[in-house]
Design a protein around this ligand. Structure first.
Ligand SMILES: NC(=O)c1ccc[n+]([C@@H]2O[C@H](COP(=O)([O-])OP(=O)(O)OC[C@H]3O[C@@H](n4cnc5c(N)ncnc54)[C@H](OP(=O)(O)O)[C@@H]3O)[C@@H](O)[C@H]2O)c1
Length: 163
């Protein structure tokens, strides 16, 4: 059976983005994202796609836009809605909604799993998630990463699994 998962990183004040980019540079969290989503389908909003503007290798790349003529890099497919993107991903055992806000919010009620990185800082960005209610989920801690030379902030990675 197919699993629908969300994956994102947020600050203590629920910020996920600033000026079209991630507001932090945390290579170990990116590695976690990369390893977790590799081999599966990723669904992203048009602005999230434009943050990197290329195909993420080793996974089915689906970009959601209302513009049917939106042009992407080779190997990236455009869908007109979350549902249309999910219909293109029926072969994938796990489908990840990777942001931004509208898609994460729309997919939350249907999600089987949420991979959430909490970054231990507050950020003055422009893109914020609402506070999700995880009372229907069981939460486990997957990893803790301390501040070091490559990581200006510590962070914790949680898996919320729906009961
Ligand atoms: N921290 C994280 O984990 C994380 C994850 C992802 C993104 N981000 C950051 O968040 C920011 C981008 O997120 P965002 O929320 O501003 O934008 P976004 O969701 O990436 O993109 C918004 C666009 O996606 C399309 N879209 C979204 N939902 C749609 C729907 N239901 N039906 C049709 N089209 C839909 C629309 O494109 P059109 O206008 O083309 O119709 C919409 O304008 C960036 O700063 C990015 O770096 C952070």
């Amino acid at each position: 059976m197919q699993n629908l998962s969300l994956i994102y990183a947020r600050s203590l004040n629920h910020c996920i983005g600033a000026a079209g980019k991630l507001p932090w540079h945390l290579p170990a969290d990116y590695d976690f994202f990369d390893q977790t989503t590799r081999g599966h389908a990723i669904i992203m909003g048009r602005r999230t796609y434009e943050d990197h503007n290329s195909k993420l290798d080793g996974r089915l790349n689906l970009v959601v836009s209302k513009n049917p003529h939106y042009e992407t890099a080779q190997g990236v497919t455009v869908a007109g809605s979350l549902e249309a993107a999910m219909n293109l991903a029926t072969e994938s055992q796990e489908v990840f909604v990777i942001g931004g806000v509208p898609l994460l919010v729309a997919a939350f009620d249907k999600a089987d799993r949420v991979y959430e990185t909490r970054i231990n800082t507050t950020v003055d960005g422009d893109t914020f998630l609402p506070e999700f209610d995880f009372s229907d989920f069981e939460t486990s801690t997957l990893a803790h990463h301390a501040i070091d030379e490559q990581h200006a902030f510590s962070f914790d990675i949680y898996l919320h699994q729906r009961h």
